[in-house]
Design a protein around this ligand. Structure first.
Ligand SMILES: Cc1cc2nc3c(=O)[nH]c(=O)nc-3n(C[C@H](O)[C@H](O)[C@H](O)COP(=O)(O)OP(=O)(O)OC[C@H]3O[C@@H](n4cnc5c(N)ncnc54)[C@H](O)[C@@H]3O)c2cc1C
Length: 395
């Protein structure tokens, strides 16, 4: 859609990033995404291209070899990538959250150690909070890190680790004090270094990838820690800081998921509006039937609202402000809107929407993940209501 009123005037640099990523997606991603997704194949060549474009270092400070750009630019790039294939944005997201946490809470030594390699994409990062028995209820995780002189010994099973196999660095949420009351005071973040691609590495086992409905191409794994040793210098901040740090990081993760939702919904809308003008029924293009027009109007309106909410949340967080309300609202609204838009796009395609030959089938399988990752819609509503009640508290 062009000619829209923007919430923000983008800088020349931001426009250039968006145009470059859009061009890359048109040339390198769209022609192959359906095939790679159906084969559940890791997009090696595309990721090499993303490295060359500097996407892994987009938000890494220039002094560490990155582009030093802000969250808004990252979100706009995420929209473009997801318009091509949502999994590409998933490959970047946990990496980006690790960069964010390192920039904000890391020591100079930690930054120097990891950020230059992360800027090039040579070192890629995963972020691991969830466990088989604890997802939304983050404070009930069981993974334990016990201090032993200048090391931590880690034991426990993590679940749903996106990029879990190929990452060389895992930002691990664990308990350093399981007796702490409230529990979040006993939680810490450790940077775990491992060999990318290895199923076994010094007390870490990675079982075969979890099979998923969609979100193919990027792996999601379990990580089993059995007495893995981590240098004490890999602790982020102090013991007990982990929950607060990860909740801060998850706000940027929520902006990323909103960006994915806007990108995915944009593509679904584009596919539907084109198909509606091509497909004939009852002697005219289906776009001429009012009930199809009603769907297109609904989709276009929700998409525009979703885009504005994404920009609002990204700008607020970029400005360094607390944004759990805006990020929560954006995550909730954009992902639910995306799910509805993709469902309508499938309906517009009729039976062909159910065929693997049409892109909309892939979008339809990708969209539900967005309702879950980085906190479910139910959890977003809890966060939103809590903030609203705080803001409008009766005196
Ligand atoms: C493909 C994929 C990739 C993922 N990647 C990662 C990753 O890289 N790193 C990572 O750490 N995690 C990752 N996750 C995990 C994801 O963050 C969790 O699945 C999510 O937080 C939900 O947790 P859960 O699956 O344990 O569901 P549960 O927490 O068991 O929730 C089940 C249902 O109960 C609802 N519910 C729970 N508590 C409440 C409540 N208080 N009030 C109302 N309803 C509630 C939920 O909304 C949901 O509908 C990934 C998940 C998937 C599917």
């Amino acid at each position: 859609m062009s000619g829209r009123v923007e919430l923000v005037e983008l800088s020349d640099e931001q426009r250039e990033v968006v145009a470059t990523v859009r061009d890359f997606v048109e040339r390198e991603v769209i022609p192959v995404a359906d095939e790679l997704e159906h084969a559940d194949e890791f997009p090696e060549k595309i990721v090499e291209g993303m490295k060359e474009l500097g996407l892994f270092g987009l938000t890494v400070p220039e002094e560490y070899g990155g582009a030093g750009l802000d969250l808004l630019t990252y979100a706009l790039a995420g929209v473009e990538l997801s318009r091509g294939w949502m999994s590409l944005s998933g490959i970047l997201n946990t990496h980006f959250m690790a960069v964010y946490l390192l920039k904000k809470y890391g020591t100079d030594e930690q930054k120097q150690k990891w950020l230059p390699q992360m800027a090039t994409g040579e070192l890629r990062a995963a972020l691991s909070m969830s466990e088989p028995g604890a997802g939304s209820d983050v404070q009930s995780i069981q993974c334990r890190a016990v201090r032993d002189s200048d090391e931590y010994v880690v034991t426990g099973t993590k679940m749903w680790v996106t990029n879990g196999l190929r990452a060389g660095l895992v930002v691990l949420l664990c308990k350093t004090d399981p007796e702490a009351d409230p529990p979040y005071r006993g939680m810490s973040l450790l940077f775990v270094e491992k060999e990318p691609g290895a199923n076994k590495f010094e007390g870490i086992t990675i079982p075969p990838n979890i099979e998923k409905m969609g979100y193919h191409g990027v792996e999601t794994t379990e990580l089993v820690f059995e007495g893995h040793h981590v240098p004490a210098g890999n602790l982020l901040g102090s013991e007990g800081d982990g929950f607060r740090q990860v909740m801060d990081g998850i706000e940027v993760g929520r902006v990323n998921v909103s960006a994915r939702a806007v990108g995915l919904a944009t593509r679904a809308f584009e596919e539907a509006i084109r198909y509606a003008q091509e497909r004939q029924a009852f002697g005219k293009p289906i776009a001429q039937h009012q009930m199809i027009q009603e769907k297109l109007a609904d989709m276009g309106t929700k998409l525009e609202a979703a885009r504005l909410m994404l920009l609002n949340a990204a700008m607020k967080k970029s400005a360094g402000e607390r944004s759990d309300l805006e990020a929560g609202m954006a995550k909730y609204f954009t992902t639910e809107a995306c799910h509805q838009i993709v469902t309508d796009a499938l309906r517009v395609h009729g039976g062909y929407g159910y065929s693997a030959e049409y892109t909309v089938e892939r979008l339809y399988r990708d969209a539900p993940f967005l309702l879950i990752g980085e906190g479910t819609s139910e959890i977003q509503k809890i966060v939103i209501a809590r903030q609203l009640l705080e803001r409008y508290k009766l005196q």
